[in-house]
Design a protein around this ligand. Structure first.
Ligand code: NAD
Ligand code: WQD
Length: 336
């Protein structure tokens, strides 16, 4: 298949391009490089030993999108492009609604015009809000707590409406839990600008000596060791989940409509378990101190992955030891 990957130069997108190419698919990346470096393209090509078509453009630019659909016979779109920093979305809500909602709308309109109705959308477990029941199933109530989460929920709603209006659409809403780690080559990974917000990049910088100490947000939660519990999924497993999803959509005899799937491991790990796993993988100490809870944090979140296993034939295989080892290797990679 020839796949248009929006945001394909970013963290999850770049790993997904590698796995798509490894499975023999062709890839056209459209990315405005607002949160990625141009050199990611060469790194993807180096790992995959194949070429990647790249268009530097914004998903809100309908003319650029139309040109891509006119130039290439696209079989399906994987839509990663968007802004993703939760606390930034609180201070800049309009930027988030514009990029994530208006941008998605422009993309879906251009797909409809071009007759391309097969889509994989990057959704997020943040749309479960503070789920009452864990592991979280796809039919849990949806309620986002931030503009970022609401932007994802709005796009999901838009796609559910679109699917109801036209049964020719095949759409998978992939709700990622906590993506972490990097490619085992050490060539691609997550590159947060400034001080990282997410746990694993922060721990990696502490182990590396760039940051002095991890602030653990809350030590008195109702969890086994008092710290927050999340479902950390290796980014390569996540990438393979996208390939499995596309293949599932493509082989369906009739379009399967709009379906949501959790992509997680089904296991939860605490902040302190992640600290210990990273210390082991790196052989370096990770000093930490317990501080006040972070506003808006939930206690425990991990996925029920039954649906993805059953319908997509996909299951995460990598654990936190490998995730930390790969994140540590990536931490050492010279970045230009
Ligand atoms: P990322 O920032 O590394 O990648 C996003 C890419 O999209 C970047 O390369 C950026 O340059 C590009 N982009 C942003 N806005 C664009 C626009 N308007 N037009 C064209 N390109 C644009 O983020 P990521 O971690 O790879 O996340 C990918 C997707 O997965 C996002 O939609 C994100 O919301 C979602 N997601 C991420 C996580 C996570 O923890 N990383 C969790 C759940 C969902
Ligand atoms: C994980 C755990 C923190 C940093 C966010 C988004 C979510 C998704 C993934 C996009 C929590 C603790 C963290 C630190 C800490 N992104 N922590 N010290 O909050 O589960 O999810 O990223 O879709 O939408 O909300 O991830 O990595 O920030 O935190 O103690 O310096 O680590 O309290 O328990 P989170 P996270």
């Amino acid at each position: 298949m020839k796949i248009l990957v929006t945001g394909g130069m970013g963290y999850i997108g770049s790993h997904t391009c590698v796995e798509l190419l490894a499975q023999g698919h062709e890839v056209v990346v459209l990315d405005n490089l607002s949160n990625a470096k141009p050199s990611v393209r060469q790194r993807i090509e180096r790992i995959a030993e194949r070429a990647v078509e790249f268009v530097q453009a914004d998903i809100r630019d309908r003319a650029a999108l139309r040109a891509v659909f006119a130039q290439h016979r696209i079989d399906a779109v994987i839509h990663f492009a968007g802004l993703k920093v939760v606390n930034e979305s609180v201070s800049q809500p309009l930027a988030y609604y514009d990029n994530n909602v208006t941008g998605s709308l422009a993309l879906f309109e251009c797909m409809a015009e071009a007759g391309v109705k097969r889509l994989v959308f990057s959704s997020s477990a943040s749309i479960y809000g503070d789920a009452e029941v864990v592991p979280v199933r796809e039919d849990a109530p949806l309620s986002a707590l931030t503009p970022y989460g609401r932007s994802k929920l709005m796009v999901e709603d838009m796609l559910r409406d679109l699917g109801r209006s036209d049964p020719a659409w095949s759409v998978a809403l992939l709700r990622y839990f906590n993506p972490a780690g990097a490619h085992e080559s050490g060539l691609i990974g997550e590159e947060p600008g400034g001080v990282p917000n997410n746990l694993l990049p922060y721990i990696a910088q502490v182990a590396h000596g760039q940051l002095a100490c991890l602030n653990v947000y809350g030590g008195d939660y109702a969890t086994p060791d008092g710290t927050g519990v999340r479902d950390y999924i290796h980014v390569v497993d996540l990438a393979l989940g996208h390939v499995a999803t596309l293949e599932h959509l493509a082989k369906a005899a009739t379009p399967p409509g709009v379906r949501a799937y959790n992509l997680g491991t089904g296991r939860g790990n605490s902040v302190l378990e992640m600290v210990r796993a990273f210390e082991q993988a790196s052989g370096r100490p990770v000093p930490y101190r317990i501080v006040a809870r972070r506003d808006g944090d939930i206690v425990t979140s991990y996925a029920d992955t039954t649906l993805a296993e059953r319908e997509l034939g996909w299951k995460a295989e990598r654990g936190i030891a490998q995730m930390c080892a790969d994140a540590w290797r990536w931490q050492h990679t010279p970045k230009e």
